[in-house]
Design a binder for this molecule. Structure first.
Ligand code: ADE
Length: 237
């Protein structure tokens, strides 16, 4: 997987790339590169944004700046780039990131992520340069960087060898092994703490009964989650 992140704050990814699973993915041939919009701006004084036409608060990332940065990095017109490569603009109003979209993105050989700041992007960037607009949830962050890290994390951890234990991504929430449902609860030592006992079946060593118990808990949790989601949508949330 080859990921390019366009941002005004490349240094904010330093912590992210130092994470073990990200390091594992990078050691196995994936690449994550940050490109600073300011390094490619055609404007003087490293300017990248401007006040909104029609008035209003905040600054808007300029379309000519994003055009220059993409063109400098890929050597082609960004209008053509988005046909060849997923160019994902991160914004609160986009397609909400869910497991199915993560799977879709993990199957791509390369991704470009565009992070905005302040009031956001000139709309022409989404209209002409992006193949997708993706949101990490229906709330507003101060910029696209955290959202981009969420996308990168969700994608990179799916690549073979990113997680130390190969099994851990197979039987987790939303996986095919759990029929897209939620994962069962986990417990570890001590078996009893302040009177709270671990379910006896998990201490039994009886693999079949444990597997059945886990299937049941997974199904229960998924049903509860579906009920909560339904309540949220009915209350307008
Ligand atoms: N930028 C600001 N808020 C965002 C969100 N919720 N998802 C993706 N990008 C964003």
């Amino acid at each position: 997987m080859n990921i390019d992140v366009f941002t005004l704050f490349p240094e904010s990814f330093e912590w992210f790339v130092s994470q073990r699973h990200v390091g594992n993915a990078l050691a196995r041939g994936s690449r994550l590169q940050c490109v600073n919009f300011r390094d490619h701006t055609p404007l003087s004084g490293r300017q990248v944004d401007d006040t909104p036409f029609g008035g209003g608060a905040g600054m808007v990332l300029r379309v000519d700046v994003v055009d220059s940065a993409l063109r400098a990095h890929y050597g082609i017109d960004p209008v053509e780039l988005r046909v060849k490569r997923r160019v994902i603009l991160l914004a609160p109003g986009g397609r909400v990131l869910e497991e199915s979209l993560v799977d879709e993105l993990t199957a791509e050989p390369a991704l470009t992520l565009l992070c905005g700041r302040y009031e956001g992007f000139d709309q022409r960037i989404a209209d002409h340069f992006a193949s997708d607009v993706v949101s990490v949830g229906r709330y507003v962050l101060s910029g696209g960087e955290l959202a981009a890290m969420i996308v990168c994390d969700a994608v990179l951890r799916k690549l073979p060898g990113a997680l130390g234990h190969e099994h851990s991504a197979i039987e987790e929430s939303f996986s095919a092994a759990l029929h897209g449902g939620l994962e069962y609860p986990h417990y570890t030592r001590p078996a009893e703490y302040r009177g709270w006992r671990v379910p006896e079946v998990l201490l039994s060593g009886h693999h079949e009964r444990i597997a059945q118990w886990r299937r049941e808990r997974s199904r229960e949790r998924s049903e509860d989650e579906a009920t909560n989601a339904d309540r949220g949508s009915r209350s307008g949330g």
